[in-house]
Design a protein around this ligand. Structure first.
Ligand code: NAD
Length: 251
């Protein structure tokens, strides 16, 4: 119960890593706002949490719109009275043969969600936390560090998340707000379903991890709970790889 009495927002909380993180934060004693575009799965996540006695709430938000993120934070403050933990996690991925054929609009959409969405979350949460401090956790990716073919906008946006984390940590330190990021490797969620459908490709990506397998969302969620807690009180401005060593070895 390291997060007893804390209030958290989890964007992308309807599915995958966000859903597992919402449940893990609840297990550690927090109250959680599950924020997502996906109402059906967001409400399902909240219902499952409530069935186990946890306190959660769904809020439909589009993180690519600043007004939507602002209202999400305002609603959280109104409902729970404060905000201690912001997990900026919602994201999208798109695949194109080559950046030469990449529609400009598609690049913009990925950046609007993965990069601008994280900025909006940092800004809105930072303002809500500046009196009492807090923790902001951003989901980057190993693709913020290493390049693969076909994922140009994803690389651009996740690289930005890495640097925004460091710059925001520096600016928000005077308010006792820590800003950190996680960089997952392959995690078995909806976002990688198209990859999983092609078994040779999936196996090759799994092999790029030291023990040759994808992670599961709970393995990432546990790290999020640690970073959100005072056990990580001296961790700031850093990016924690949750990737079974995928970026640590030469293939
Ligand atoms: P997921 O598809 O299961 O979850 C993503 C969630 O974000 C969904 O619930 C979706 O509805 C929500 N979302 C998308 N756009 C949104 C928007 N504009 N506003 C609000 N919500 C929105 O995938 P996941 O793997 O759980 O992804 C979570 C994060 O982890 C993403 O940022 C992703 O880039 C990152 N990540 C995933 C992997 C992986 O292999 N799964 C690896 C590295 C990083």
């Amino acid at each position: 119960m390291r997060l007893k009495g804390k209030v958290a927002i989890v964007t992308g909380g309807a599915n995958g890593i966000g859903r597992a993180a919402a449940k893990e934060l609840i297990r550690e004693g927090a109250k959680v706002v599950v924020a997502d575009l996906d109402r059906a799965n967001g409400e399902r996540t909240v219902a499952e949490i409530e069935a186990e006695g946890g306190s959660a709430r769904f809020f439909q938000a589009d993180i690519s719109q600043y007004d939507s993120v602002k209202v999400l934070v305002q609603d959280t403050l109104r409902h729970f009275g404060k905000l201690d933990i912001m997990f900026n996690n919602a994201g999208v991925v798109n695949r194109r043969e080559s950046l030469l054929d990449l529609p400009v609009e598609e690049y913009h959409r990925t950046v609007e969600v993965n990069q601008h969405g994280v900025f909006y979350g940092i800004k809105a949460a930072g303002n809500a936390m500046k009196e009492n401090g807090g923790v902001i956790i951003n989901t980057a990716s190993i693709y913020g560090f290493i390049a693969d073919r076909k994922y140009f906008p994803y690389h651009a946006s996740k690289g930005a998340v890495v640097m925004m984390t460091k710059a925001a940590a520096l600016e928000l330190a005077p308010y006792n707000i820590r800003v950190v990021a996680i960089a997952p490797g392959l995690v078995d969620t909806e976002i990688v379903k198209p990859l999983k459908a092609r078994s040779e490709v999936w196996q090759a990506v799994e092999k790029a991890h030291m023990r040759g397998r994808a992670g599961n969302p709970v393995e990432v969620a546990k790290v999020v709970a640690f970073l959100a807690s005072d056990d990580a009180s001296f961790v700031n401005g850093s990016v924690l790889f949750v990737d079974d060593g995928a970026v640590a070895f030469k293939r």
